[in-house]
Design a protein around this ligand. Structure first.
Ligand code: SAM
Ligand code: SF4
Length: 344
């Protein structure tokens, strides 16, 4: 296998080579190369994004997610605009220059309400805004871009049509894929991604997901392991493998040197410390939660998510310490996409 990563050009792996890498045949080489490329491209820096999870209501019913509409055991919440703005103020106060607004697919927030929220944030702060609001209509996505939103994250979870249908009943594969392209065409810095080890996912499917993700010219690529939630149809399945997820982020890094790749909290839920380890295996972003304390634990997409008992400032300080422990530098600046600097 030839690696051209020293020149920071994307490498070119075949499906067969990716499957070999997913099986760990070249782990030390893979992780060393991914570390080298991230260190050189991002100068040892890890970008910090503050995430505000403002509603746990969802009209979808994904078989893997604790927020699914059929789950009657969730204590649902919706933050008011004022509460969301207060949380965004906290992000800005700490000097973090990107806020991620995330929720279940909650249509109770009307398009104009979100647009006004975006305008107010832009008036108050010099922040990049990432939206992760799921499947919304084209005109809504356009309105929010015009209101000033900078980025949109819409994970396909898998690009395999059959597996997608098995995991996301009633969700439309083609519409989600079209929506993703539309988001890109609007000029959003665009992210997508996969859940590794979803029940039913083979290495062939995962390898093709990696190739598809890498062919789309995306600015952000997210991968994190499946975590089984007891209140979902996938309760009896095993948690995903941390090592497999690390391999995926490392392969994605070699294929997409300039893309932002977050180290997800699902890694840490399965194995404490795994999120920080991902930062020396290809990832370069962490997204601590700024969801207010009174609803923080209710954003329970998987067990262990938002389970820390200490205060938000302490949590952030701890994350900074862990990043520094690996010889990396936390960087709170907006950190726009570098993708265009590293295309073949
Ligand atoms: N509702 C929006 C959507 O699905 O695009 C955004 C919010 S959703 C909670 C954010 C992400 O959580 C999803 O893209 C999915 O990858 C992840 N997620 C949900 N349940 C999960 C689980 N059990 N294990 C791992 N990741 C999960
Ligand atoms: Fe809803 Fe997103 Fe959870 Fe699916 S993953 S149930 S769309 S919050």
């Amino acid at each position: 296998m030839i690696c051209t990563s020293h020149s920071f050009q994307p490498v070119d792996f075949s499906e067969k080579q990716i499957i070999e890498l997913l099986n760990g045949t070249q782990d030390p080489w893979l992780f060393d190369q991914a570390k080298l490329v991230s260190q050189q491209v991002f100068n040892n820096q890890v970008f910090i994004r503050g995430i505000v999870e403002f509603s746990n209501n969802c009209r979808h019913n994904c078989h893997y997610c604790g927020l699914r509409s059929s789950n009657r055991k969730v204590e649902r919440y919706r933050l008011s605009t004022t509460e969301i703005l207060d949380a965004v103020d906290e992000v800005a106060l700490l000097g973090i220059e990107t806020v991620v607004l995330q929720s279940g697919d909650d249509w109770q927030y009307r398009a104009e309400t979100i647009a006004e929220l975006i305008r107010t944030i832009k008036d108050r702060h010099n922040l990049a805004i990432t939206l992760s609001l799921g499947d919304r209509k084209h005109q809504e996505l356009k309105l929010w871009r015009e209101a000033g939103a900078d980025r949109y994250l819409l994970k396909m979870e898998t690009f395999n049509r059959r597996l997608f249908r098995q995991c996301r009943p009633n969700a439309n594969f083609d519409e989600r894929l079209t929506r993703l392209s539309y988001i890109q065409s609007l000029g959003y810095q665009t992210g997508s991604g996969v859940i590794t080890d979803l029940p039913g996912m083979s290495d062939e499917i995962l390898a093709n997901d990696i190739l598809k993700l890498s062919s789309m010219g995306l600015d952000m690529l997210a991968c994190g392991p499946f975590v089984a939630h007891s209140q979902t149809p996938f309760a009896q399945h095993s948690n995903g493998s941390v090592l497999k997820s690390h391999r995926v982020s490392a392969i994605l890094r070699l294929l997409n040197p300039g893309a932002h790749i977050p180290a997800t909290s699902s890694l840490d839920v399965i194995e404490p410390g795994a999120r920080e380890l991902a930062l020396i295996r290809g990832c370069n972003v962490v997204m601590p939660s700024f969801t207010p304390a009174h609803v923080y634990a209710r954003y329970n997409i998987y067990p262990g998510k938002n389970s820390a008992t200490c205060q938000m400032q302490q949590r952030i300080a701890l994350i900074f310490k862990k990043i520094q422990h690996h010889g990396l530098k936390p960087n709170p600046s907006r950190g726009d996409s570098k993708r265009n600097q590293y295309v073949p």
